[in-house]
Every structure is written in structure tokens, then in C-alpha cells.
Design a protein around this ligand. Structure first.
Ligand code: ADP
Length: 578
């Protein structure tokens, strides 16, 4: 129940528009019913009176109802859609706002397709909240009250008969449908989410799946999920069909029953016989208000399920949170790790074990070691994507937990081997680094990242779209664009995480030329498992299984004959082979 209360609260900011939409909805049905009832009265009266002049009032009402219902319906649609789209925009930004602080730690257990489904499908499902649930319920309650009020003027019997039928169609029938369709709403949302997650995963990995000859399996699994969704939808349609048929039947039975209940009143002279047809059609017309209630109950299940999935996001806790009273991040980036230990999952072997080092402003520190040694984890902890289990990561002498995350991250620029490039223009990708950058700034970083020539050769220059993940660029160009973006950010502490890992030696040399510019005058942490181009660094830490096993200058470590020397020899051997 609480999910519905929370969903209703979403409508509160739009209460005036909601009230207007409901009033217009009631007025539309009143106009429709009024048209039917007055026309019925007019026809009956015309057969009895000699001079039609006495019916001018009724003729006027027929015209009024006939014309106004179109305008009223238009107005009602306009206002209720306005409410819906405003609501969706609000929920969409709320959802994204919930997801953003979760990255990366809090999202570890989520599939990206599932997240996409929550942002797109579950939010869209809330489209029905007002349009098909709250609106119809309010309109039905008010319209039935109006109709019963009017019928009471004629007599209690037809009013009670009509009320009984309206309640059966408006409440009893939806309850019956709800019983028949129990769990279908949740089942449909879950089946669709599973299919979406599977499709996004499958499309993202399509090349690998085909290469591994798993294409058929993917088709089979997707087919099975599609069939599950189809069967959920079929069962829901069966219930809808049954509901609509019974609804029509009840409406017509109600019309006959109300007329039968009114006949004795004519007999006793309480009402004129000319009103009989009007009473019947008034009852029939009022059913327009209760007929959408079946769908309202179905959508109630679906919006509830979608709401629950969205609110689950609110329950997920980010792996790091801002302190209540953050201090401003320092300009001079002294980075210290003080006996830092950290494991991604409790019970797993630690990714970092008692790591201690200091990177003083202006210095260059390299962290080397085999794959999986914990090097990238150092970068992740410095940027505070995670908090250490033990020890302290400090920037400018204070624990990084004392700064607001945004402020802390404004002091560092991180370039990784797979920096994400957005499916947008070169300009937009650069501006992610510094949104307010000028054309001159852009030209300067392009020059320093050795990209000027490339951009000049493109027909649309900086406004060229680079495709998904920057696929229209080569690997080296992508890395240089990431470097240009970091240059634009102009942060005092630079973290280069395996920047050239995926590049061939010639492109690597080109990219490194850009990096040297980037490093000039900046405090730099270089993370690499390749031991080339380490000439400029002041100190090297060798990491293995999360522990620092050696530290010193390149020269001292090369001479020492330990792990560094062995890594160096192995690499030189490999380079001679190629
Ligand atoms: P390196 O950068 O030296 O290759 P990493 O710091 O990436 O090493 O990884 C260190 C260890 O932590 C590895 O055993 C790796 O499998 C694990 N690890 C890295 N990232 C995650 C993550 N997001 N969740 C769980 N384990 C992780």
C-alpha cells in the first residue's frame, strides 16, 4: 500500500491541474449523458405536444451538450496529458539522480539492461498513474454521485437500482477481473524487464557471442523470454475482454432495470411518462464513467510494480557518501595512502593490503606490477569511488572522506585505458572536461594532444560525431581525445591508468608525446604494467597481490634484481620477440 501512497504524493505538486482535468472529465461525461437524456426527452415530448415551441429549452440543451462535449474532451485530454508529461519528466530526473551517486560501487550488482529498463520502461509505466488510474477513479466517483443525485429527483427506486448496477460494474467487476488477473501486472513488468536486460546484454556482446558461436543460444533464450511476455500479455487480454463484455451487458441491463423501476412511479402519477426514456438513457450514459475502472485496476497493479522497482533504487546505498560538513578541497595535491587495506567484497582476499606511500606536489610516482595486483584500485580509492576498509587516503593532509566528492574529483583528472567517449561530437566530448571552455582552450588542448591535424581533416571539424564509444576514431585517436579532455580539465593531480595498454608501439609513442605535455608541471600518478617510458618518474612502487613489494628509483630497482628487474627482463624478452 505504501507504494501507492508514495506514487500519489508524486501528483501533489500538480493538484490544481489534476483537479481541473478531473472536472473536465466529469463535465465531458455529463455533457454526453445530458445529450442522450435530453434527446430522449425531446423525442418523447415531441410525440405528445402539439406545439414544438414549448420544447425550445430542450432543443437548446441538446445543441449545447452536443457541441460542448467535444471541447470538454479536448480540454480534459490537454490538461491530463500535461500532468502526465510533467510527472514523467520529474520522475525521470529523480531516477537518474538516484542512479548517479551509486556508480560505481553501489551498482556492482545491477545489470545495465535492467537499469535502462527502470529508467525508460518503469518510468513510462507511470504514464498510466494519472491517465488511467487516479483520473478515471475520481471522475467515476464524481459522475456517479451526480447521476444518482439527478435520479433521486425522479424517485428513490430508479436511483437505487442504477447505483447498484453502477457499483457492480465499477467495483465488483474490476475486483473480479483483479482476482482473475492476480499477479499479472507484476508478471508483465518482470517479464518485460527480463527481456530488455537480455536484449541489451545480447546486443552489446553480439560480436563476441557470434565469434563464440553462441548466436543460436541467444536467439533461443530471447525467444523464451519473448514467449513468457507474450503469454503474460495474452492472459491479461483475456481478462480485459471478459471485463469489457460484462461491462456492456451490465450497462444495458441497468438501463432496462431503471426504466422498470420508474414505471410504477409513472403509474402512481409521481413523474410524467415522458421522462421514462430520459431516465433509461441517463443511466446508460453514466456507465461511460465506470467502464474505464477495469483498466484502472489493471494499471494499478502495473504502476504499483513499476513504482516498487523504481523505489528499490532509493533503497540502494551508494558505496560512498558526502560528509555533512565538507571542507574545501586543497589546491596543492599532496596524495597520501596511509596503511590502506581494501577488499571489493567482504571475505575476498584484499585488493590492497597495508599500502603506504606519499606523492608530493610536483612529483611523479609510478605504480607498476602484474595484472590484478591492485594498481587500478589505488586510482579508484584516490578518486574516492570506494572507501578503504582500514587506513586513510589523504589529499592535502586531510582524509578524502572530509571533502565533498565533486570538489575532491575536481582536483583530479583520470585517464584510463578505456576512457568512455560519448556518442556525440568531438566538441561535446571535450567539453565534458570543462563545460565552460572557449574555442581557444579547445584549440590549445587539441594541439597539445596532437589532434589538430585530425580535426582539420574532418569535414565537420570539432562538430564531427564520433559514434558509440568513439568507434569512428582509431584506438590512438580515442586515447588522445581522452587526454585532451583531461588537459582541458586542468586538474592539479593527474592519474594515468594504463593509458597506452591497448595501443601498438608506434601509436603508443604518439600518445605518450601528448602525455608528456599533460604531465608538465603536474603531480602525476602513473599506473602501468608496461615498464617502458618510466624515465621521468621520481619513484616506482612495485605492487603484487595488493602489497608493495619494492620501492625506489628506476635505476635502483633495475640494479636490485628483484620483482621489478624480473618484470623488466620478461618485457624486454617479449619486445625482442616481436
Ligand atoms: P590491476 O589494476 O593491477 O590490474 P585491479 O586494481 O584492477 O588490478 O584489481 C585488483 C583485484 O581486485 C583483482 O583481483 C580484481 O579482480 C579485483 N577487482 C577489481 N575491480 C573489482 C570490482 N569492481 N569488483 C570486484 N573485484 C574487483
Amino acid at each position: 500500500m505504501s507504494v501507492y501512497r508514495r506514487l500519489l504524493k508524486l501528483l501533489w505538486p500538480y493538484r490544481r491541474r489534476v483537479a481541473l482535468a478531473v472536472l473536465l472529465g466529469v463535465a465531458t461525461i455529463v455533457a454526453n449523458t445530458g445529450l442522450l437524456a435530453t434527446a430522449a426527452y425531446l423525442l418523447s415530448a415531441a410525440a405528445l405536444v402539439r406545439l414544438l415551441i414549448g420544447l425550445t429549452g430542450a432543443v437548446f440543451l441538446v445543441r449545447l451538450f452536443g457541441l460542448s462535449r467535444a471541447f470538454l474532451r479536448y480540454g480534459e485530454r490537454l490538461v491530463s496529458h500535461g500532468v502526465t508529461f510533467r510527472l514523467l519528466a520529474q520522475v525521470r530526473s529523480w531516477t537518474y539522480g538516484r542512479i548517479e551517486p551509486l556508480a560505481p560501487g553501489g551498482l556492482a550488482g545491477q545489470r545495465s539492461g535492467d537499469l535502462l529498463s527502470r529508467i525508460v520502461k518503469d518510468v513510462d509505466e507511470l504514464e498510466h498513474l494519472f491517465q488511467h488510474v487516479v483520473g478515471p477513479l475520481a471522475v467515476a466517483a464524481l459522475t456517479v454521485a451526480c447521476a444518482v443525485g439527478v435520479l433521486l429527483v425522479f424517485g428513490t427506486a430508479p436511483a437505487l437500482v442504477a447505483l447498484a448496477f453502477l457499483l457492480t460494474a465499477g467495483v465488483g467487476l474490476p475486483l473480479l477481473s483483479g482476482l482473475l488477473a492476480r499477479g499479472r501486472g507484476r508478471g508483465q513488468v518482470a517479464a518485460r524487464a527480463a527481456l530488455d536486460a537480455q536484449l541489451v546484454d545480447g546486443v552489446q556482446g553480439i560480436v563476441d557471442l557470434l565469434a563464440l558461436d553462441r548466436g543460436e543460444d541467444l536467439l533461443r533464450e530471447t525467444g523464451a523470454l519473448g514467449a513468457r511476455l507474450g503469454s503474460e500479455q495474452r492472459r491479461a487480454s483475456l481478462v480485459t475482454g471478459l471485463h469489457l463484455g460484462l461491462g456492456e451487458l451490465l450497462a444495458h441491463l441497468a438501463m432496462v432495470a431503471a426504466v422498470l423501476a420508474a414505471i410504477p412511479l409513472v403509474g402512481s402519477g409521481r413523474i410524467a411518462g415522458v421522462y421514462l426514456a430520459a431516465i433509461g438513457l441517463l443511466v446508460l450514459g453514466t456507465f461511460e464513467a465506470v467502464q474505464p475502472l477495469g483498466r484502472a485496476f489493471q494499471f494499478l497493479g502495473r504502476t504499483g510494480a513499476a513504482g516498487e522497482r523504481l523505489y528499490e533504487l532509493a533503497e540502494l546505498r551508494p558505496s560512498v557518501t558526502d560528509p555533512p560538513d565538507p571542507i574545501p578541497a586543497p589546491d596543492l595535491p599532496l596524495l597520501e595512502f596511509d596503511h590502506v587495506s581494501f577488499a571489493y567484497e567482504s571475505g575476498e582476499p584484499p585488493a590492497l593490503d597495508e599500502v603506504t606511500f606519499a606523492l608530493v606536489p610536483g612529483a611523479r610516482l609510478a605504480i607498476v606490477g602484474p595484472s590484478g595486483a591492485g594498481k587500478s584500485t589505488v586510482a579508484a580509492l584516490a578518486a574516492r569511488f570506494w572507501d578503504p576498509a582500514e587506513g586513510e587516503v589523504r589529499l592535502g593532509g586531510h582524509d578524502v572522506r572530509r571533502y565533498a566528492q565533486e570538489d575532491l574529483r575536481s582536483r583530479l583528472a583520470v585517464v584510463t585505458q578505456d576512457a568512455h567517449l560519448f556518442n556525440n561530437t568531438i566538441r561535446a566530448n571535450l567539453l565534458v572536461g570543462r563545460p565552460g571552455a572557449t574555442e581557444t582552450d579547445l584549440a590549445e588542448v587539441l594541439e597539445r594532444a596532437r589532434l589538430t591535424e585530425l580535426v582539420a581533416s574532418l569535414p565537420e571539424g570539432l562538430d564531427t560525431w564520433i559514434g558509440e564509444h568513439g568507434l569512428r576514431l582509431s584506438g590512438g585517436e580515442r586515447q588522445r581525445l581522452a587526454i585532451a579532455r583531461a588537459l582541458l580539465k586542468d586538474a592539479p593531480l593527474l592519474i594515468l591508468d594504463e593509458v597506452t595498454a591497448n595501443l601498438d608501439p608506434i601509436v603508443e609513442a604518439e600518445v605518450l608525446a601528448g602525455i608528456h605535455d599533460l604531465m608538465a608541471g603536474r603531480t602525476t600518478l602513473v599506473i602501468t604494467h608496461r615498464l617502458v617510458y618510466l624515465d621521468d618518474v621520481d619513484e616506482v612502487l612495485v605492487l603484487d597481490h595488493g602489497r608493495i613489494v619494492e620501492r625506489g628509483t628506476v635505476a635502483s630497482l633495475s640494479a636490485a634484481g628483484g620483482t621489478f628487474r624480473r618484470l623488466l627482463d620478461a618485457q624486454n624478452q617479449y619486445l625482442t620477440l616481436v
